[in-house]
Design a binder for this molecule. Structure first.
Ligand code: UDX
Length: 444
């Protein structure tokens, strides 16, 4: 049977999922309560930058397989499978995840479900949430026990969203405890993801709680790996060793591997920081907080990178930013994204400005979001203009454009040739040969 899919929430995850599922041949209806967003998506415009996604979106719209709505009634009528893709940001002033969007979406949908359907949760939620949602659907959907819930976490990375959605490392299906419902849910999910399963992508079935945990455990592991190498960078600094060489040598050990072992300014974005904090908060509620106290250290090591980067730049200027000019290259939390949520780059830029410098930022894609988040910083039109008259330049997001920069060309625009490479993205020999005072954390 060709299932009809709805995707509820058209943020990063939902917009990508909707477009990719339509590309696989499904009829898809994307839903969002934000009418402006819906209108833009329906016209083929993404509300964020993501390489390769806009053509997929447009293909879906042109084929007629992909449509958008703001009506839950239309979605309930249309869909055999409803993907819940709304956000779960960090609660203001707390570590816990804000579940209000998930609850609002589920409560809007449930009373309208009057025929058998599968609801598939993809949002990152505190463990235990799916169980509660399943009860709520069973109690309030007119279809009752025929409105079945599955939990299917999503692992996509910004910048690789299309490839991660169409060729994920694994598909995790958290199934209900009741055997009949579980068999039905598994059958539907295997059908929805059949092309991926045919490509030998592992399909792992679990209970709800394990599926919810896979997502946060994966992000906790990745964050730990990054903070581990950044902790080694601190030791390297003290011991006059080179963390980039250390990471390279470690990476040849197949048990360790080189991915997510990149030292530098550390992790940011809409997922890793808030997910490890929500994980700690949830473990506390469950009485298992001791198991995750190490994540507090992971978080602190990560925040220390930002402070140390500011300190390094200040040292280069003789101990004070006051009256100095600083050029910052990068605002997004990572390259190939325009996302500035919890961005280490913007955090460092704002902190330097707060200490009295004139700070000019340039990012290839994130300028609009950066201006909105940090309106008090100055913004340049290019790397060269951000660096004009600078006493120190900081590279904080490793866009290819910055990696490819000509150190001699940049030298002509600055006041002093000081560069802080916050992402180990530049070749120190090349920059030093062009007369720069090159500095990076964790390197002699
Ligand atoms: C992450 C997870 O990778 C993804 O599986 C999950 O679904 C969402 O969260 P994302 O936030 O898009 O994805 O970015 P990711 O590529 O994981 O990078 C996160 C941060 O870690 C970035 O700020 C990046 O600069 C930093 N990072 C990454 C490092 O500092 N060093 C590394 O070696 C790798």
């Amino acid at each position: 049977m060709a299932y009809r899919l709805t995707v509820i929430g058209t943020g990063y995850l939902g917009a990508t999922h909707a477009a990719c599922m339509a590309d696989l041949g499904f009829d898809v209806l994307g839903l969002d309560v934000d009418e402006t967003r819906i209108a833009r998506l329906a016209a083929g415009h993404l509300p964020f930058y993501e390489p390769g996604l806009e053509p997929v979106l447009r293909r879906g719209l042109d084929s007629g397989r992909l449509r958008f709505t703001s009506s839950y009634a239309e979605a309930a009528e249309f869909g055999d499978v409803h993907f819940l893709c709304v956000g779960t940001p960090q609660k203001a002033g707390e570590y816990a995840a804000d579940m209000s969007y998930v609850h609002a979406a589920a409560r809007s949908l449930a009373p309208l479900l009057n025929r058998p359907c599968l609801i598939v949760g993809k949002s990152t939620v505190p463990v235990g949430a799916a169980e509660g949602l399943a009860d709520m659907f069973a109690r309030t959907a007119p279809a009752g026990g025929d409105a079945v819930l599955a939990w299917n976490p999503e692992f996509l990375r910004e910048g690789f969203a299309v490839q991660d959605t169409l060729r994920p490392d694994r598909i995790v299906a958290g199934l209900p405890a009741e055997q009949g419902a579980a068999e039905h849910a598994e059958k539907v999910l295997r059908e929805v993801y059949r092309t991926m399963i045919a490509d030998d992508i592992p399909f792992v079935t679990t209970d709800y709680a394990t599926a919810e945990l896979v997502k946060v455990a994966a992000n906790a592991f990745l964050a730990t790996k990054i903070s581990f190498i950044n902790a080694m960078a601190e030791v390297c600094e003290a011991a006059h060793a080179d963390v980039t060489k250390l990471a390279e040598a470690l990476s040849h050990d197949g048990r360790i591997g080189g991915r997510f072992l990149g030292p530098g300014l550390g992790f940011g974005g809409g997922c890793l920081p808030k997910d490890i904090r929500a994980f700690m908060a949830r473990a506390g509620e469950l009485g298992a907080d001791q198991a995750l106290t190490f994540l507090r250290e992971v978080d602190e090591i990560n925040i220390r990178r930002r402070i140390r980067t500011v300190d390094l730049a200040r040292e280069l200027l003789g101990g004070s930013f006051s009256g100095r000019t600083v050029g910052v290259l990068g605002a997004a939390f990572k390259p190939d994204s325009d996302d500035v949520r919890d961005s280490p780059a913007l955090d460092v830029a704002a902190s330097i400005r707060a200490q009295g410098a004139k700070v000019t930022v340039y990012d290839p894609k994130a300028m609009r979001n950066a201006r909105r988040a940090q309106p008090n910083l100055e913004y340049g039109e290019s790397a060269l203009s951000a660096a004009r008259d600078a006493h120190v330049v900081l590279l904080l997001t490793e866009w290819q454009e910055f990696r490819d920069m000509d150190p001699s060309a940049l030298a002509k625009t600055v006041a002093e040739r000081n560069i802080v490479d916050g992402r180990h993205a530049l070749d120190p020999d090349r920059w030093r040969a062009a007369g720069w005072n090159y500095r990076a954390l964790g390197r002699p």
